[in-house]
Write a protein that binds this ligand. Structure first.
Ligand SMILES: CN1c2c(nc(N)[nH]c2=O)NC[C@@H]1CNc1ccc(C(=O)N[C@@H](CCC(=O)N[C@@H](CCC(=O)N[C@@H](CCC(=O)O)C(=O)O)C(=O)O)C(=O)O)cc1
Ligand SMILES: N[C@@H](CCS)C(=O)O
Ligand SMILES: [Zn+2]
Length: 763
């Protein structure tokens, strides 16, 4: 019998039960005991679903109240001193929430820990805060309690824990200069004994296998880290539990020999992203190790081509027999829970898809195909038919798009004139003051706005009434910005459920789901649209809203679009053509929208690319190719406008140093970026590079409810002006305001405008 396991199952619940419960608890309307009950119910449901599907080793530790890394930070007692954690006391749930959000129903508010992107996904983890004198201890028991919970339900629990090297790599601290700073390795001396203690406790609970995640093994690793892996795993494997070392999101490449040399009992490979590594691993695996083959894609939603998967793993099966285990490529955290909850997707399209729950069945079928091929034949034939139907469907091809793509090389990506010429034409047209103020696009998405969309969907509100209500929101937003004296206004994005899903709903070649939620961070989720075919724009998507907003004021209103790379990155993308091609189709659709906005009298157009950096391949050798086409697609979408039309772009959650050249090559007239959390440190890349175009360094952190003081904003801008020409600087928040309330938004923006006035007076 083939052993099946998963690296993790989505924790949010098919109806986002975890989100509802957490937010109610934070708001004080749900008791702690009720919250804990919801957690137990979800875990039990998810384990049961996996067991029913035939998964024998069930993940424990994939459930997290906010984030799995944060759970581990708390288990290790790595709680920064500002949270007032008593040494020796267990870390309480509210302390965990304060680390994530700065506040919780109990305990003193403190600055939240940093949150950043998890590898190349749209999931965000809470960054471990490292310090050279940090000590560790088992400070939270939830993992052990959950193991007992799973066992009491009759399951074979396989705890899932972050490996020590990956935990350190992903951590940050003032004493360390980069992810791979070898000084971090000094902490291992104190960390490893606690890992050993954890493993010993799990062994006492009767656990046989522990999955230990070392995803950094798919990155370019310095020698010191490779050596540390060898040293540490020698110490970790001494006890009675068996370790399954899990790698995912790529191939081992030059880390292959290190991974194979580790004395662990099993190794998990991502054979979706890097199928070629199997041939290199098989002859070197030895005669004892388990190989877990990750053959079901944990990062996308397409039904698996099981014939292809079988062809890949058959040599492994022949060599390893039952030492070959099967699994998804990575945790299923990154895909929606259950396709069964989609009532509105047409049957053809639904037949092409597989969400987390369906992926379990695919895994079981694959095992059956190995163990009892005759019994699997009929189901395999059904799967084969579904794969063939998708590959040959006329819905995926659009001749008009193909015709445009065929002449793409001849389409200019360049603006008509260089920046110096354009900016003076824009200055004449827009007549902006020094230190112009603007915002990033969205204004608070209030409950009322979301309820309007809910009612529209339910049929309780007509299209006309919905439109009228959104227009009122836009008018209020414009009036407010005029009143406080913002220079370049926005319409506020009230009509958007999400900056990617909104466009997915309006573009051809996309499908969208009712319930395909995926956790982005904490309680926040996204519903990534599905790109299944050639992308085109049947009609303008934003022009009516932007033109309406512009009709209300003489001040310029920015048109607001999500860029091609970000739409690509935050969607589930077709896998039957290179991502570059899909991105080019998106860029062409956006190019038409940009020109329509310009025709409608919109003089400033922003094309957001917050995911440009997130899309970077994990291996540096692959960066130039990606950056080449990503920048090209941005330029394709923006390049056709007149000189006096001003283009903006916006990026957040990113470090810019290593891609500054590509950012400059995008040639947006203005870039607004997230810099406030780093106290303008991130601007250094722009200073060192002598970035030529206009820059709006974010002057306050929109992720925090704290209102920035005028002096503080002035100080930050002066810091920026010390190294960048003042006439190139804009004043703006560091991201959109959709997750904020109106009260804090008002105070913050008013202070921001005050600060800009003071800067002008001083200059
Ligand atoms: C900027 N970020 C984004 C990322 N990815 C995206 N795809 N979009 C982004 O904006 N990645 C990086 C960052 C940070 N990530 C996020 C992710 C998610 C949110 C967020 O606020 N999510 C909302 C859901 C937004 C949404 O889709 N809203 C819909 C539906 C709202 C809903 O739940 N409706 C309820 C009824 C509501 C009511 O009655 O009050 C229902 O249908 O039952 C909409 O507005 O229509 C979230 O709540 O998780 C932010 C940053
Ligand atoms: N225009 C978007 C960008 C977010 S990254 C917003 O303001 O929400
Ligand atoms: Zn942003």
């Amino acid at each position: 019998m083939t052993t099946l396991h998963t690296l993790g199952f989505p924790r949010i619940g098919a109806r986002r039960e975890l989100k509802q419960a957490q937010e109610a608890y934070w708001a004080g309307t749900l008791q702690r005991s009720e919250l804990e009950h919801v957690g137990r119910e979800l875990r039990a449901r998810h384990w049961a679903a996996q067991a029913e599907a035939g998964i024998s080793l069930l993940p424990v530790g994939d459930f997290a109240w906010y984030d799995q890394m944060l759970e581990w930070n708390c288990l290790l007692g790595a709680v920064p001193p500002r949270f007032g954690q008593d040494a020796g006391e267990p870390v309480d749930l509210d302390t965990l929430f304060r680390m994530a959000r700065g506040r919780a129903p109990s305990g003193t508010p403190a600055a939240a820990c940093e949150m950043t992107k998890w590898f190349d996904t749209n999931y965000h983890y809470i960054v471990p805060e490292l310090h050279p004198s940090q000590t560790y201890r088992i400070a939270r028991d939830s993992l052990f309690e959950q193991v007992a919970e799973a066992q009491a339900q009759g399951h074979q629990a396989k705890p899932v824990i972050p490996g020590p090297l990956s935990w350190l790599w992903l951590g940050k601290g003032d004493a360390y200069t980069s992810a791979g700073d070898s000084a971090k390795l000094d902490l291992l001396e104190r960390l490893v004994p606690v890992y050993r203690e954890v493993l010993a406790r799990l062994a006492d609970q009767g656990v046989e296998w522990v999955q230990i995640d070392e995803p950094i093994l798919v990155l370019d690793l310095p020698d010191a880290w490779q050596r540390a892996l060898l040293r540490v795993y020698d110490q970790l494997t001494a006890g009675p539990v068996k370790l399954l070392l899990a790698t995912y999101f790529g191939g081992l490449n030059d880390n292959l020999f290190t991974a194979l040399a580790l004395p662990v009992a099993g190794l998990h490979l991502d054979l979706v992203r890097a199928p070629e590594q199997l041939a290199a691993v098989l002859p070197r695996l030895g005669d004892k190790k388990i190989l877990s083959a990750g053959v079901i894609n944990g990062r996308n939603i397409w039904r698996t081509d099981l014939d292809k998967a079988l062809a890949l793993i058959e040599p492994a099966r022949a060599q390893l027999g039952e030492r070959l285990w099967l699994a998804p490529s990575c945790s299923l955290l990154h895909v929606p829970v259950d396709l069964a909850h989609e009532q509105k997707l047409d049957a053809e399209l639904k037949g092409w898809l597989s969400f987390a729950r369906q992926k379990l069945d695919e895994l079981a079928l694959l095992a059956q195909a190995l163990d009892a091929p005759a019994e699997a034949a009929e189901a395999l034939a059904g799967q084969r038919a579904a794969i063939a139907a998708r590959a040959t469907s006329p819905r995926i091809h659009n001749p008009a798009v193909q015709a445009y793509m065929a002449v793409l090389d001849g389409v200019s990506r360049d603006r008509q004139s260089p920046f110096e010429t354009r900016i003076s034409a824009q200055q004449q047209a827009l007549k902006l003051p020094a230190f112009p103020t603007t915002t990033i696009g969205s204004f608070p998405q209030t409950r009322e706005i979301r309820a309007l969309r809910r009612d529209l969907k339910k049929g309780a509100l007509s299209e006309a009434d919905y439109d009228a209500a959104i227009r009122r929101e836009i008018e209020q937003c414009i009036r407010y910005q005029e009143e406080i004296g913002i220079d370049v206004l926005v319409h506020g994005e009230a009509e958007r459920n999400d900056m990617v899903e909104y466009f997915g709903e309006l573009l051809e070649g996309f499908a969208f789901t009712q319930n395909g939620w995926v956790q982005s961070y904490g309680s926040r989720c996204v519903k990534p649209p599905v790109i299944f075919g050639d992308v085109s724009r049947p009609q303008p998507m934003t022009v009516a809203w932007s033109a309406y907003a512009q009709s209300l004021t003489d001040k310029p209103v920015k048109g607001m679009l999500t860029g091609p790379v970000t739409i690509l990155q935050w969607s589930f993308v077709r896998d039957d053509q290179p991502r570059q091609k899909t991105c080019e189709q998106l860029a062409l659709a956006l190019r038409q929208e940009v020109l329509d906005l310009e025709d409608a009298g919109i003089r400033v157009i922003q094309i957001d690319e917050p995911a440009l950096r997130e899309g970077l391949p994990l291996r540096r050798a692959d960066w130039p190719a990606y950056l080449g086409w990503a920048v090209d697609c941005f330029r394709l979408s923006t390049g056709a406008v007149r000189d006096d039309t001003q283009t903006h772009t916006h990026m957040c959650y990113a470090e810019f140093n290593d891609i500054i050249e590509s950012i400059a090559a995008m040639d947006a007239d203005v870039i607004t970026i997230e810099t406030s959390r780093s106290n303008m440190e991130l601007l250094k890349a722009f200073e060192d590079f002598h970035y030529p175009n206009d820059i709006g360094p974010g002057v306050y952190d929109i992720h925090s409810p704290n209102v920035p003081e005028v002096d503080w904003i002035v100080g930050l801008m002066q810091k920026a002006a010390a190294n960048l020409p003042a006439e190139r600087l804009w004043v703006n928040p560091d991201c959109g305001l959709k997750t904020r309330g109106w009260e804090e938004t008002r105070s913050a923006l008013e202070n921001m405008v005050q600060a800009a006035r003071r800067l002008r007076d001083a200059g």
